[in-house]
Design a binder for this molecule. Structure first.
Ligand code: HEM
Length: 558
């Protein structure tokens, strides 16, 4: 017995020692590996401007300070501080080794941004999207246009381009106008009661209605249905979409409370299924209807998805893929356009106390009086008439267009992150001109930081931080801007497919609100020592407080 015990004891002790040795070896291997790749990264990218680095932790400390989630601001603000500290280089490195093998190149000038988004010999459709986009998969589906690459992406983009083309959107503009009427009515009601409400909610309901109507011809009536009912009930499709966007954690969003949620993954799975199932049902019904009444409509009035599926057999696989695209349009177009609307109204609100803004709004009003005739809310009546949206919302309202572009310049809602594959036998190294030096940038994640590019005085001049729509009408000034200076929708083949729709919505909203409504920011006003509202990271960049506002009706015919 004693011998057996002794033998077992020796076996246990030996196994423990061996396990500890294996663990020790593994830790030593990981540390050596981290040290090697950290050393290699720092050698390879030593030419790229970067904040002083800790010998081991690189820029992690700086990132921790500048992009600390506790600061409750979008990481772009932290990047801008780093960029200023570095004397505003065209791009700078954020070295994440030894925590992450892939570091970030934050881009502040258009010529480098163009290098990654324009097609090249190596990258036919531009440099691939960043691996960090993986976080939003549950929201957009695995086969999304947003993340697809190569020929798969090309095929999808071709299929949907037609539906998002200006000519087709103008045919669908009556839908946008009727949904905007509901939006205006909600604001008028709020003005009459004097309530303070987040403009975010009203704008997101509007953009949801517009996208679902235009894309799948389904009216979820997001603007009319109260919270807790129908698609907005606990198990409703719109609730699923909202919850999913709070559950996904994107790069730069920092630590969210949802990360502590032990059943987060289960919820993600559940709401993704719910979202997919509902959209699948709607799409199948639409296709059945189409089969029964094929000649009901001409192509010009068709929903974007129906147009995209016109020449395709709607198999199960095609339907599933289309669900991913519908989700992607909601993901990419809903919050971004709603954010544009919120910042436009915020910029309009400044006319009440800033004479410079008063002049801007006076010019807008003069333009609207000339184009839409007198009457605070006359524009929508005019635009509803056949052909009028197309005729009036183009070259006839240059100052309104300039106002929208200026809003997108100073408040860009989204950007792009790409991942340049490291050079290999098949992929040559990639270079960018940084401070006049040809510098290696392959193997990096590249973040085209529109926030910096759009505020860069080297690009836009000394008034880069000033909201000034007039710059867009100054031909001499515009001709001196470098290509790609303005890039809220990004550029190149992977630019935003929905940009014409977003601009059309922006113009309809401006035409509808400028003369009839007055906006008053409540909280974070930027006046009398109060902090001005800023952007936070919530998948895209959104205003911190949901843009709390009070609304006022203005005198007709002003
Ligand atoms: C103000 C509003 C909008 C802004 C600022 C915006 C911005 C952008 C940006 C910066 C990209 C490039 C993303 C990347 O490279 O990862 C993009 C792509 C995209 N956007 Fe938009 N967007 C807006 C509205 C819309 C709308 C209304 C839709 C559709 C309903 C839409 C659908 C898409 C899609 C599908 C892509 C991916 C395109 C591709 O890779 O081929 N966006 N958008």
């Amino acid at each position: 017995m004693t011998t057996a015990y002794t033998f077992t004891g020796v076996v246990v002790a030996t196994s423990v020692r061996l396990s500890l040795a294996a663990l020790g070896l593994y830790i030593a291997y990981r540390i050596t590996d981290a040290a090697i790749y950290t050393y290699r990264i720092r050698q390879k990218y030593h030419d790229i401007p970067s904040l002083p680095r800790h010998w081991f932790w690189g820029n992690l400390q700086a990132i921790g300070e500048k992009c600390n989630p506790a600061l409750d601001r979008h990481p772009d603000y932290g990047f801008e501080e780093m960029w200023n500290q570095l004397d505003r280089p065209p791009a700078f490195l954020v070295d994440l080794a030894p925590i992450d093998r892939l570091s970030f190149l934050v881009v502040g000038e258009p010529h480098i941004a163009e290098t990654v988004v324009q097609p090249s010999t190596e990258f036919k459709y531009s440099v691939p999207k960043s691996d960090t986009m993986g976080a939003v998969r549950p929201l957009i589906g695995k086969e999304s246009l947003v993340t697809a690459e190569g020929e798969e992406w090309r095929g999808l983009r071709k299929r949907f381009n037609r539906g998002f083309a200006p000519a087709h959107l103008h045919n669908l503009s009556p839908l946008i106008i009727s949904k905007t009427e509901v939006f205006i009515k909600r604001i008028q009601d709020a003005a009459r009661t004097g309530s303070v409400i987040p403009l975010k909610e009203l704008s997101e309901d509007l953009t949801t209605d517009v996208i679902t109507q235009l894309v799948i011809e389904k009216d979820f009536e997001s603007q009319s249905i109260p919270k807790g009912e129908g698609p907005k009930s606990t198990f409703g499709v719109l609730t699923a979409s909202r919850i999913l966007s709070t559950l996904v954690g994107t790069a730069g969003q920092g630590f969210a409370l949802s990360a502590l949620d032990p059943i987060r993954r289960l919820k993600l799975w559940y709401y993704e299924r719910l979202f997919d199932k509902e959209l699948y049902k709607v799409l199948s019904q639409k296709i059945e209807q189409e089969k029964l009444q094929p000649k009901k409509k001409d192509a010009s009035a068709k929903a974007i998805v129906q147009l995209a599926l016109a020449d395709i057999e709607p198999t199960e696989a095609v339907l599933r893929n289309t669900v991913a695209q519908v989700k992607s349009f909601l993901f990419a177009g809903q919050d971004t356009t709603a954010t544009l609307i919120q910042w436009m109204c915020y910029e309009l609100s400044k006319a009440d106390y800033d004479p410079r803004y008063r002049k801007i709004v006076d010019r807008l009003e003069a333009e609207h009086n000339a184009v839409f005739g007198p009457g605070a809310f006359s524009a929508l009546d005019i635009l509803r008439q056949p052909g009028k949206a197309e005729e009036l919302l183009g070259a006839r309202i240059p100052y309104t267009t300039a106002f929208i572009k200026e809003t997108l310049r100073l408040h860009p809602p989204a950007g792009t992150a790409r991942l340049i594959p490291a050079a290999s036998e098949t992929a040559p190294p990639m270079y960018a001109d940084i401070n006049g030096q040809s510098t290696r940038i392959d193997g990096l994640r590249v973040y085209n930081c529109q926030w910096i590019i759009h505020r860069n005085p080297a690009v836009w001049g000394s008034d880069a931080h000033v909201f000034n729509p007039d710059r867009w009408l100054d031909e001499a000034y515009m001709s001196k801007l470098p290509p790609g200076a303005w890039r809220p929708f990004e550029r190149g083949p992977r630019n935003c497919i929905g940009q014409e729709l977003a601009l059309l919505e922006g113009k309809v909203i401006m035409a509808a609100v400028t003369r009839g409504l007055r906006f008053e920011k409540v909280g974070y006003t930027g006046r009398d020592g109060e902090k001005e509202v800023w952007g936070i990271h919530h998948v895209t960049t959104v205003p911190k407080d949901g843009m709390m506002m009070r609304f006022h009706l203005r005198d007709v015919g002003r």
